[in-house]
Design a protein. Structure first.
Lengths: 336, 244
C-alpha cells in the first residue's frame, strides 16, 4: 500500500505536529510550517491530529495512488488535477485505484498539505514523522521526496477510505468522475492582500537598536527574500542599525523569533530554526501569525504591527478557538 | 542551608520569548558559576514535571521555558506563572551541583590531519602545538548549553591561554566529530555543518544519532573529561561502532 512519486515537486516533505521536548539537546521542533492547514487536512479525512501529511511547497508533486484513498488538500491554492479532473480543495475527495494526482503551481499561498486517510506509514523518529533535512532524519529518509520514491500508506488506507467516505454520503456530490462533498472547510491562513500584517512584540534586545531602527522595523514593508527556507525567512528592506557595540551571548530562540545579524536585515525563525542563536533579537512574532507568515512565498510582503504579550496571547486564543470549532465540526461529520 | 540560599543568585528578570516561551535571564555575559545555577534550576524545574511546559532549555546565561500552547492546563498568564515557578524552585532550594549531569569521557585524537587550525591557534597563543593539545586535554569541561545543531555541546572551562576569536571566514563544512575552540569555549560538531571555530582535534564518537537512545551523547550539565587517543585508536573506535 503506497503512493508512487512520479514528479517530486519543488520541495515536498513529510511533516506532522513536530518533535517537542528535546530542545535542550539542540533538537529542533520541526513540523508543518502552517500547522492550521496541516490539522485541517487531517481532520477532513478523519485522521487523528498526530498523523503526518505531505507539505507541498510552491510547486507540488505528481503522485500515483495504487489503491483507493481518501485525500484532502489544504493550505496554498495549488492547481491540482486527479486524472485530468480539477481536484477541489479543502474537502475530502475519494480517489480510485490508479489515480494520478498532478499538482501544479501555487496561485495563492506557499504551502499546501495533502492528508491521506490512515496517514503516512513511516516510523516516527524521536517521537515525530517530521522531516528534518539539515540532519537528515525523520520523514522519508530525512529528505524531500524524489521521483521514484514509494511513500508507504497505512495498510488499511483503502479500507479506511471505503469506510469513511460513505459517512459523508448525505453531502456527497460527483465532480466529474471525482467523489467528494458539497461543502468545504474555510482556509484560515492564506494571505488576503499584501503586505500582510504580522503582529510582533518587542524582543529581548529591542532596546539595543537605535531609535530610528526601532521605528523602521515597525514602519517598513518587508519582502520575503528568495534565500528563505524552512529554517528562516530572510527579509529584505531597510537595514537596521544596532546601537552599542559588542556581541551578545548566544541564547535560546523559538519559532517566530526575529534576529538581526550584522548586515542589519532581519531573519524570522521558522519551523526548522536552530534552538539557540547569537544575533540580537529585535522582535518575537505572535504565534498565531507565524502560520500566516509561512504562507507568504518568496517575494511576498509584510508589515509588522507592534503588539503586547497580552494581545499576542489573545490572538492565539482567538485563532485556536476558530480553528478548534472547524476541527470539531469535521470530527462530527465522521462521528468521532 | 541558609548560607547556600543566600549565595544562590536571583534572575535578572523573566522576559517573554514570544507568547509561547519565557526566558529566565541570570547573566548577559559568560559566567561559569552562573551557568551551574542555571543547570541546577533546570533540574529543579524538570523534576516538577509541569504538564504545560514542553521544553526546559538551559542556555549559557539563563533558562528558557517553552509552553505547550494547546495544553488545557496552560495558565492564562504563563509568563507570570513561569516566574512564580522559578521563584518557588529557588526558595525551596536547588539540587546540588554534583547531582546534576553525568561524568562523560570523550576520546579525542589531535592528529595533524584532524587538527585543521592547530598551527594557527598555537601561533596566536604563542605556545607550541603540543602544549596547546596538552592544555586542551588537561581540563574538565562543563556542557553549558546544547544548540546550533542537534547534539552540539557548548563546553565551558577552556584554558584561558587558549582564548582565540572566531575564524575570519567560516568553513562551509566542518567534518563530523571535530573539536573546535573560540569565545572561551569548546564545541564538538555532531555532523558536517558550516562553522567558524578553530578546529584542533576530532572524536570518533557520534555526538548525535537520531536512531540511538538517547540520541545525543551529551546533555546540558554534563562534565566532560578528554581522553587523548592515537590515530590508530581513533580508526579502531570509529570502525568498531559508535560506542566502545
Amino acid at each position: 500500500m503506497s503512493i508512487k512519486v512520479l514528479k517530486p515537486g519543488l520541495l515536498t516533505t513529510v511533516q506532522d505536529r513536530g518533535r517537542h521536548g528535546l530542545q535542550h539537546l539542540g533538537i529542533v521542533p520541526c513540523g508543518a510550517m502552517d500547522p492550521y492547514a496541516h490539522a485541517l487536512a487531517n481532520a477532513l479525512v478523519g485522521n487523528a491530529r498526530d498523523e503526518a501529511t505531505l507539505e507541498l511547497t510552491l510547486i507540488g508533486p505528481e503522485l500515483l495512488f495504487e489503491e483507493p484513498a481518501l485525500v484532502a488538500l489544504c493550505g496554498a491554492e495549488l492547481a491540482a488535477k486527479a486524472d485530468g479532473q480539477p481536484l477541489p480543495r479543502d474537502r475530502p475527495v475519494w480517489l480510485g485505484a490508479g489515480t494520478r494526482l498532478a499538482t501544479g503551481r501555487a496561485a495563492r499561498g506557499c504551502r499546501a498539505y495533502l492528508a491521506i486517510a490512515g496517514g503516512i506509514a513511516l516510523d516516527p523518529v524521536l517521537g515525530s514523522r517530521s522531516t528534518y533535512m539539515p540532519a537528515r532524519f525523520g520523514g522519508l529518509h530525512g529528505r524531500a521526496l524524489r521521483a521514484g520514491d514509494e511513500l508507504p500508506l497505512a495498510p488499511l488506507a483503502a479500507e479506511l477510505a471505503a469506510e469513511r467516505y460513505p459517512r459523508l454520503a448525505e453531502h456527497a456530490a460527483l465532480r466529474g468522475a471525482l467523489r467528494t462533498v458539497r461543502w468545504s472547510a474555510p482556509p484560515m491562513t492564506l494571505p488576503e492582500h499584501e503586505p500582510i500584517v504580522v503582529h510582533a512584540m518587542e524582543g529581548q534586545h529591542f532596546g539595543r537598536f537605535e531609535a530610528a531602527a526601532q521605528r523602521t522595523f515597525f514602519e517598513a514593508t518587508w519582502r520575503v527574500s528568495p534565500e528563505s527556507n524552512r529554517m528562516g525567512y530572510r527579509l529584505s528592506g531597510p537595514a537596521l542599525a544596532a546601537a552599542g557595540a559588542g556581541e551578545i551571548l548566544s541564547g535560546p530562540t523559538c519559532l517566530g523569533t526575529v534576529q538581526v545579524p550584522a548586515g542589519g536585515l532581519p531573519i524570522a525563525l521558522m519551523a526548522d530554526h536552530q534552538t539557540t542563536g547569537g544575533y540580537p533579537k529585535i522582535a518575537e512574532i505572535a504565534a498565531a501569525d507565524v502560520a500566516r507568515m509561512a504562507q507568504l512565498a518568496p517575494g511576498g510582503t509584510l508589515r509588522f504591527a507592534r503588539c503586547t504579550l497580552e494581545e499576542a496571547i489573545e490572538l492565539r486564543r482567538a485563532a485556536h478557538a476558530r480553528h478548534g470549532a472547524a476541527l470539531r465540526a469535521l470530527a462530527w461529520e465522521y462521528g468521532t | 542551608m541558609a548560607l547556600r540560599r543566600a549565595r544562590t543568585p536571583r534572575p535578572l528578570g523573566v522576559v517573554p520569548l514570544g507568547d509561547c516561551a519565557a526566558y529566565v535571564e541570570f547573566s548577559e555575559t559568560l559566567d561559569l558559576e552562573v551557568n551551574v545555577v542555571v543547570q541546577r534550576l533546570a533540574a529543579a524545574v524538570r523534576a516538577r514535571a509541569v504538564p504545560w511546559l514542553r521544553d526546559v532549555v538551559p542556555a549559557l546565561g539563563g533558562l528558557a521555558l517553552h509552553f505547550d500552547p494547546e495544553h488545557p492546563d496552560l495558565p492564562a498568564a504563563p509568563l507570570e506563572a513561569s516566574a512564580a515557578l522559578v521563584d518557588d524552585c529557588l526558595r525551596k532550594g536547588l539540587p546540588d551541583a554534583g547531582a546534576v549531569g553525568r561524568q562523560v569521557a570523550l576520546p579525542v585524537c589531535y592528529d595533524p590531519e584532524f587538527a585543521l587550525d592547530l598551527t594557527e591557534v598555537a601561533a596566536r597563543a604563542k605556545l607550541a602545538p603540543d602544549e596547546v593539545v596538552r592544555r586542551h586535554a588537561a581540563r574538565e569541561y562543563h556542557v553549558l548549553m546544547m544548540g546550533f545543531a542537534p547534539g552540539l555541546p557548548y563546553l565551558g572551562g577552556l584554558d584561558p591561554k587558549l582564548t582565540v576569536p572566531r575564524r575570519a571566514s567560516p568553513r562551509a563544512e566542518v567534518p563530523a566529530g571535530s573539536i573546535a575552540i573560540a569565545n572561551e569555549q569548546s564545541v564538538v560538531y555532531p555532523y558536517g555543518i558550516p562553522g567558524g571555530w578553530s578546529v584542533i582535534g576530532r572524536t570518533p564518537l557520534a555526538l548525535f544519532d537520531a536512531q540511538r537512545d538517547p540520541p545525543s551523547l551529551l546533555a546540558p550539565g554534563d562534565r566532560v573529561r578528554i581522553v587523548p587517543i592515537s590515530r590508530a585508536e581513533f580508526e579502531r573506535r570509529r570502525a568498531g561502532g559508535r560506542t566502545p
